[in-house]
Ligand binder design. Structure first.
Ligand SMILES: *Cc1c(COP(=O)(O)O)cnc(C)c1O
Length: 384
């Protein structure tokens, strides 16, 4: 291997050293159970609230509207099941989209088995929902709409403010999976009329196994875990104090550096897209505008995406086809299928996501190596 190039920041990120440093004492020194009353525990209650405040500040919510979870998947599950079961007497209709993360889609499948009726909104060729189609899908018995803030495969940023405005007028609860969006764009849950929002710490340089769900005060939602009084009794269990501290530090750092970092990433992203599109018969998946700063997704006609990934891995490039969750699956990505990418192009897709350690030099290296590899794979095919 010539070098190690990590371009899969949407799958996960490393923990920043200053985040790890902040977490460390909470494993060994300040290990007290936050529910106990002696001094080492009292401190932990304080630090949990400080961490909640840091998260609340990033999305303009109240501190007591932040509930810790084990990650984005748990937050998504809780939002959907919690609202569905708590409001089932009001109605059993839920609206989502065809391009959600599996944490949403598979929860919806489960809810269908429980007797709920789910409408899956289609998206256009770039992955955007149609606000008119959403308006037309709303029924008397619609209790919840869940639409992701930004897509993890193709980077599409949905018109969240418009959606929030419509649903607020219709008095329907609005949940958004903001796992990819948070710390990459300004989010204001009050202005955007968001009732619930999922996030995950390991997507913004915090520890894995930590996330949060913002739940607007007054939202009718069932408990997730029954037990003690933690998380206002809604999600019981002794708090993951080191994880909570790490998540708070990580979101604070990422938010403070957001504008600068976005500018840098957009330049690198566009350079990478332009470089890869010079390869014959290559296509960009997802939009040029309203796209996540670090997301690149390109298909190369006639190439098997999984073979390409293995060769890139040999060279030292870590990338992904579709999304990490569907890698290895035989079917083409549900997101690419939804935006109308033909099966062979969907199977030849490559997702490269950029982040904190990505450099201009890495981008050049990756363009060179992919150009070479695609050319060689095509030549071999012709010769065989
Ligand atoms: C990563 C991701 C999740 C899942 O988060 P975990 O913390 O890994 O459970 C959910 N939604 C989106 C859009 C994601 O990118």
């Amino acid at each position: 291997m010539e070098r190690e190039v990590y371009m899969d920041y949407s799958a996960t990120t490393f923990v920043k050293p200053e985040v790890l440093e902040a977490m460390n004492p909470y494993f060994t020194e300040y290990f007290g159970n936050p529910s106990s009353i002696y001094h080492i525990s009292r401190m932990n209650k304080v630090i949990i609230n400080k961490s909640k405040q840091k998260i609340a500040d990033v999305i303009n919510s109240r501190r007591d509207e932040i509930f810790f979870t084990s990650g984005g998947s748990e937050a998504d599950n809780w939002a959907l099941k919690g609202v569905a079961f708590a409001n089932k007497d009001k109605g059993k209709h839920i609206i989502t989209t065809t391009i959600e993360h599996h944490a949403i889609l598979n929860t919806c499948k489960y809810l269908e088995k429980q007797g709920f009726d789910i409408t899956y909104l289609k998206v256009d060729k770039d992955g955007f929902i149609d606000i008119n189609e959403l308006r037309d899908s709303i029924r008397e018995d619609t209790i919840l709409v869940s639409i992701m803030f930004a897509n993890n495969e193709i980077g599409t940023i949905e018109p969240i403010s418009e959606i929030g405005k419509l649903l607020n007028e219709k008095n329907i609860l609005f949940h958004t999976d903001a796992v990819q969006a948070i710390t990459h764009m300004p989010i204001d849950v009050k202005k955007m009329n968001i009732d619930m929002l999922s996030m995950s710490s390991h997507k913004f340089y915090g520890p894995k196994g930590m996330g949060a769900l913002y739940i607007k005060k007054g939202t009718n939602i069932d408990n997730l875990i029954h037990g003690g009084g933690q998380e206002r009794g809604l999600r019981a269990g002794t708090e993951n104090v080191p994880g909570i501290v790490g998540m708070g530090f990580a979101i604070d750092i990422a938010n403070k550096t957001m504008n600068e970092e976005n500018k840098r990433l957009v330049i690198l992203r566009d350079k990478l897209i332009d470089g890869l599109l010079k390869i014959p018969d290559s296509k960009l998946n997802g939009p040029r505008k309203n796209r996540l700063p670090g997301n690149v997704n390109v298909s190369f006609g006639g190439i098997d995406g999984d073979i390409l990934l293995v060769i890139l891995d040999d060279i030292g490039i870590c990338a992904s086809s579709g999304s990490a969750c569907s890698a290895g699956a035989i079917e083409p990505s549900h997101v690419l299928t939804s935006i109308g990418v033909k099966s062979d192009y969907a199977k030849s897709s490559l997702r490269l996501t950029l982040g904190a350690n990505t450099t201009d030099d890495e981008v050049k290296f990756v363009i060179d190596k992919i150009t070479d590899t695609v050319e060689k794979l095509r030549k071999n095919k012709v010769e065989n």
